[in-house]
Design a protein around this ligand. Structure first.
Ligand code: PAF
Length: 288
């Protein structure tokens, strides 16, 4: 790492972003990118701080990517607060904020998609067709435009992180992908930009996700290894949450996302649930 810091800059034009990072790389600077869809919360800020600690130049990208939303999903109402995000970014030591608009990122006739064939099939991929192709494509484009040495993502999107790690290996990006732990509210709810949608009663019922995962972890600590028993423990708090509907609850290998009937290796228990109309996800890594 070199010492001198850049003045904070907002870049909207992809070609300008690319030219800027080419200059910085020529100067020998280490670049880190934190891709986001904005509406930053503490989870995002933990990524920015970790990036700041590792790189000379921290690039935050803010882009609500239309190709990762299904036709009935919340693209139009996805929360946005660019001014607030930029203020938070500056307070975390971000150097460059890349905030393109949709037309700049997807020109007329765009038709190329990146797919990570197997890892994108289960879990969120099964329930949100096309979602991970949208994610893999935009992340590929953001990597090409920001040319980072390091890229930071949260473990809340566990399947997304597995897909990005695979795509970086398969496409020889030569980027170090850093995954950071879920940041939770004091009562355990995983931080998410979508939590803002929750009315107070639904906010309370949303705790079924984190409580279920904590119950499964407690069962593991008590010696339980049977997947069905662990999943039953994680499902139990949903009985107290009448407006919460499980979308999926699964135990899978942490690296390959293969389904498990026993906890016989490092695994992830992943949950998605609708609370009212808001879809939330959460997960917990379990070790035998
Ligand atoms: O995790 C997100 O916020 C998005 O899926 C990402 C990685 C920024 C791609 O749009």
């Amino acid at each position: 790492m070199t010492a001198s810091r850049l003045p904070f800059e907002i870049i909207r034009d992809p070609a300008a972003m690319r030219a800027k990072v080419e200059d910085l790389r020529r100067d020998g600077r280490t670049l880190a990118v934190v891709p986001t869809m904005g509406y930053l919360h503490e989870g995002h800020l933990s990524l920015l701080r970790a990036a700041r600690a590792r790189a000379d130049v921290v690039i935050l990208t803010i882009f609500v990517n239309p190709t990762q939303f299904g036709p009935t999903e919340d693209l139009a109402r996805y929360p946005r607060d660019e001014d607030g995000d930029l203020a938070k970014a500056r307070s975390c030591g971000v150097d460059l904020a890349f905030c393109p608009d949709v037309a700049a990122m997807y020109g007329p006739g765009a038709q190329t998609f990146v797919t990570v064939r197997e890892l994108e099939q289960p879990m969120c991929g099964e329930r949100r067709p096309g979602h991970f192709a949208g994610v893999a494509t935009i992340v590929t484009k953001l990597f090409n435009l920001t040319r980072p040495h390091l890229a930071f993502f949260g473990e809340k999107d566990f399947q997304q992180l597995a897909i990005i790690r695979r795509l970086v290996r398969d496409l020889d990006f030569g980027i170090e992908v850093v995954g950071l732990p879920i940041v939770r509210e004091p009562d355990g709810l995983a931080m998410s930009s979508r939590n803002v949608y929750l009315a107070p009663d639904h906010r309370r019922q949303a705790l079924a996700l984190s409580r279920g995962l904590a119950a499964a972890a407690a069962a593991v600590a008590a010696g339980e290894r049977d997947a069905a028993a662990l999943l039953a423990a994680a499902r139990a708090p949903f009985a107290e949450a009448p407006d919460a509907r499980l979308d999926y609850l699964e135990l899978r290998g942490a690296d390959d996302l293969a389904p498990l009937t026993r906890l016989d290796r490092r695994a992830v228990m992943a949950v998605a649930a609708f609370v009212g109309t808001t879809r939330l996800i959460d997960n917990r890594v379990l070790q035998p």
